[in-house]
Design a protein around this ligand. Structure first.
Ligand SMILES: Cc1cc2nc3c(=O)[nH]c(=O)nc-3n(C[C@H](O)[C@H](O)[C@H](O)COP(=O)(O)O)c2cc1C
Length: 440
């Protein structure tokens, strides 16, 4: 067992069982995709299971070829959605994604601090540099990953300075003297940086729980370094055990290099779950959910992420590392490219094996197809191997798969003493065992 006795568990608040062909099931209730009541119900289930947080991924673009066949990135605005959920829940953390590439920091700082007040200290920020969407913001091309993270670092610094610019203890509400706030404590930040100029202060005071916890998604060297410096947790794509061990060891080492305790950053892989009462049913669920993923679509994925064309190869042909381009600078996501490259370098797989990898099948996440027991065994294996401090559950295929996660997987983890049976606090900082008030 790694140092931690209790896991940190989040749920992707994304109706993930509707993706691929999942929405076509008769009982999918896909018509509820934009209905807030379904998201509230789901969050309440996660709260009843005592999860640390729900986690809302987000993008600011829509590939139209995708919506022909599945919801794709069709999505309500995450801050608006989580604000509605905040008023119907009491304990669970609410983590919103906000991109540092396309938003102004003042707006993001204000939205998140507002969510923190609405939820009474339960807001979290998933910092992403985003995958796509520059054409919606008057930009010609996505900046290379390294530069996006330079912007992200300054953006995050500005947001944190804005949060602290109007400290909670400035509020006096002194009716007698007529002092609403101690104005001398509310300070401009006068930020003049390479990418942003922000005077401040923010016009929302800080909620008493202190700094809002930071999550980060993206695992290129620049993404890791950025996360190791500022984040409390990294949302990771680790399709296999080795990728998880490597990432967690590396993040702990990088955190130390930044003068932090390695336990200060939690590695939380996405865990894609296709659950049923027996393996055969779970496999059938997985297969029926992935019927639209044709051979051509999978080859197109490889072409996009590895910059190679394998369409002339036979399924039994082996893929060698020397068949890959020597450098891959301007790829979509270094994280996804590196995961595939490492697998090829390690295994020299056949094309058929490569095409069945989780990365190629639609998500780069750790994948469990099986019973709730299988899921628990896999979770225990990963944690014991030091490949995870918890996980973010992404139930797939059907609502039944999500129900089995809540009704069986989580109780089994509780029975084994791996997860809390009751909340010890009411804020996200408390759930994550963060020190009072300040992140670092
Ligand atoms: C597990 C995971 C989840 C991500 N979630 C989002 C998301 O919800 N929205 C988004 O715009 N980008 C998301 N990204 C993209 C990252 O923010 C980042 O832009 C991309 O991975 C490139 O960074 P990298 O080079 O460090 O991988 C995600 C990436 C990973 C690996």
């Amino acid at each position: 067992m790694s140092q931690q006795s209790e896991l940190c568990v989040g749920l992707a608040l994304a109706m993930s069982w509707l993706t691929k062909s999942g929405w076509r099931r008769a009982d999918s209730q896909v018509e509820q995709l934009f209905s807030v009541s379904d998201y509230i119900d789901l969050t309440k289930q996660a709260e009843a299971a005592k999860l640390d947080f729900v986690f809302r991924p987000d993008t600011l673009f829509l590939p139209t070829e995708m919506v022909a066949q599945e919801p794709g990135f069709s999505s309500l605005d995450p801050m608006v959605l989580l604000s509605a959920i905040a008023t119907s829940t009491t304990h669970i953390g609410l983590v919103s994604t906000a991109s540092t590439t396309f938003n102004p920091p003042y707006v993001v700082a204000r939205q998140l601090q507002s969510l923190n007040w609405l939820s009474q200290g339960r807001a979290g920020w998933n910092i992403v540099t985003a995958l796509d969407g520059q054409y919606n913001f008057g930009q010609q091309a996505m900046l290379p990953s390294e530069q996006r993270y330079q912007v992200a670092a300054e953006f995050t610094d500005v947001v944190q300075k804005l949060w602290r610019s109007y400290p909670n203890d400035a509020l006096l509400y002194d009716r007698q003297s007529g002092h609403f706030a101690a104005a001398e404590k509310v300070q401009a930040i006068d930020h003049q940086g390479e990418h942003f100029a922000v005077k401040g202060p923010l016009n929302v005071p800080q909620y008493p729980s202190g700094d809002i916890p930071l999550f980060q998604a993206g695992a290129s060297p620049w993404g890791r370094n950025f996360a190791a410096k500022v984040a409390n947790a990294i949302f990771a794509a680790t399709p296999d055990l080795q990728a998880g061990i490597e990432l967690r060891q590396d993040m702990r080492r990088r955190a130390q290099q930044h003068g932090r305790n390695p336990d200060d950053i939690k590695v939380l892989p996405g865990l894609s779950l296709y659950l049923a009462d027996d393996y055969e049913q779970a496999l059938a669920l997985y297969q029926s959910t992935h019927t639209t993923l044709t051979h051509e679509r999978k080859l197109a994925y490889l072409a996009k992420h590895l910059d190679v064309d394998f369409s002339e190869l036979a399924l039994g042909d082996h893929i060698h590392a020397d068949m890959l381009p020597s450098t891959q600078q301007n790829v979509h996501s270094h994280t996804h490219t590196q995961l595939l490259r490492q697998f090829i370098e390690r295994e020299t797989p056949t094309l058929e094996q490569l095409l069945t990898r989780p990365e190629v099948m639609g998500s780069s996440h750790w994948l469990v197809i099986g019973t709730p027991h299988d899921a628990v065994d896999s979770i225990v294996e990963r944690v014991e191997a030091g490949a995870a401090d918890g996980f973010i559950a992404v139930p797939g295929g059907s609502r039944q798969s999500a129900a089995l996660f809540f009704d069986q997987v989580m109780p089994m983890l509780q029975q084994r003493g791996l997860f809390r049976s009751e909340y010890q606090g009411t804020t996200l900082r408390e759930h994550l065992n963060l020190p009072e008030h300040l992140n670092i």
